[in-house]
Design a protein around this ligand. Structure first.
Ligand SMILES: *[C@@H]1O[C@H](CO)[C@@H](O)[C@H](O)[C@H]1NC(C)=O
Length: 142
């Protein structure tokens, strides 16, 4: 029957996709979410079911006071267990406070789902710009 044929195709297609495994963007400690971080795609291992993104905000080479700060974006294949552990570990460090060093992690399901970096860091940008503007203004006036 035509209907069964169609269903068969879907099942075969689904298992082929499953065998090929999850695809995640991978990169390590990149300054920005471009180039490597949005161009390097990895086929994950069969037991890796999520894509993990890690964002650090801090200074080079060590997280030292007063030095210029920048993002460090890392992406990799992971699994739900590791993802939960990582997020737990970073929970208290994930402050998004621009004048402090912080680190956050997030995971997502689905092929190449970690293209964009976690929503939290996008949300921090307007605040960052606003605060920078405020401090610049204050410096100019005083
Ligand atoms: C998840 O990944 C970690 C680190 O690679 C590994 O040690 C652990 O066994 C994995 N857990 C599962 C359920 O696959």
């Amino acid at each position: 029957m035509y209907k069964h044929y169609l269903l068969g195709c879907v099942v075969i297609l689904a298992s082929v996709i499953n065998v090929l495994g999850l695809e995640c963007y991978v990169c390590e400690n990149q300054e920005d979410n471009n180039e490597k971080c949005v161009k390097t795609i990895k086929n994950c291992e069969y037991n890796q079911d999520v894509c993990l993104t890690e964002i650090k905000w801090g200074s080079t080479p060590y997280w030292s006071q007063g030095a210029k700060k920048q993002y460090y974006v890392s992406k990799r294949c992971s699994n739900k267990t590791e993802c939960a552990t990582t997020r737990q570990r970073y929970m208290s460090l994930c402050t998004h406070i621009w004048y402090q060093d912080w680190v956050c992690s997030d995971c997502c399901l689905g092929d190449r789902c970690n293209y964009y970096i976690i929503s939290g860091s996008d949300a921090v940008k307007p605040v960052f710009i606003l605060l920078s503007g405020f401090f610049l203004l204050k410096t100019l006036i005083l």
